[in-house]
Design a protein around this ligand. Sequence first.
Ligand code: ADP
Length: 349
Amino acid sequence: MMSSDSIREALRQVCYPGFSRDIVSFGLVKEISCEAGLTTVCIEVQTRDAKVPEQIFQDCHAVLDKLPGVGSVKVVIDVKDAPAAGGHGGEQVKSAMPGVKRIIAVASGKGGVGKSTVSVNLAVALVATGAKVGLCDCDLYGPSVAHMFGIHARPLANERNQIIPLQAHGIQLMSMGFLLDDGSPVIVRGPMAHRYTQQFLLQVAWEDLDYLLLDLPPGTGDIQLTVVQTVLVDGAIIVTTPQEVALIDARKAVAMFEKVNVPILGLIENMAWFECDAGKKYHLFGEGGGVREAELLQVPLLGRIPLDVLTRERGDAGAPVALLDPAANKVAAAFHAVAARIRAAVPTA
Ligand code: ADP
């Protein structure tokens, strides 16, 4: 007869379908019992995709059936319905997060495409529409939102041991960057990263937010899965640059969100062109990649943001370009237009 510990160990070979993370470290394995001649494994999974439990069932059998001494194997999968995603057609669905009406993920297929720049400026532009806005930097490995808001303070906890977000430009902010020393390396892996992220999402005392923007790490890995499994995400925005390599990864990000039933609100094409003082536009990373991609994927193109020196400078200085008057600055205007589209696509009232 096998011990439940050795069964649990063996189940580490089974990954959540489409991800590199195993079902044990995700905490999906709820019960293991080993009796003479019968091994029973109970797994709980939250999804609305019937293929997910089916795949886990098959993979568990593939691993367990060949173990010596297990006897017959019974895999029981308890499928919990994932929370319905709102945002499409203006359905009124409240997020499960206290104090937050709508949660929007800002994602990118790869790093360096300007996802944090977009998150920060979009947050500022949403505030200008009169919304109450929070921004949570979920990137444990490269938190940059704190820097882009020029914040170096550390947040305090309230009497319920929740972290009180910091404030900048009228936005409630939470970032891994607030808990780290400048330049200290972050060595958080696997289950630890999973727990940190959950803690981030669930232990912050957000106060009366219309929109919480989640700045996700680049790519389609485990943290992204943790986020969408922890909170009800109303929609995702994918940031990309126009060149093919970025678009390929953006496509993967779109596919990932579709797999977990998070509606894609649309693409934002960043660094779309550079305009010189004489007004001539240079398409440094190719022309119209985001436009074509949005058509191909049949998702809205929410906006096109040029490559712009002031945008970079103001990002570095902690004073996002979207703070400028949109009548006087084209990039600010572009971000304000994106904010208006988001408000229309994800209404809060
Ligand atoms: P990501 O979050 O995707 O890794 P960042 O937002 O950190 O990307 O941007 C990477 C760098 O590019 C930063 O230095 C940022 O200031 C700069 N950047 C992003 N978008 C623009 C833009 N539209 N124009 C000029 N610089 C930009």
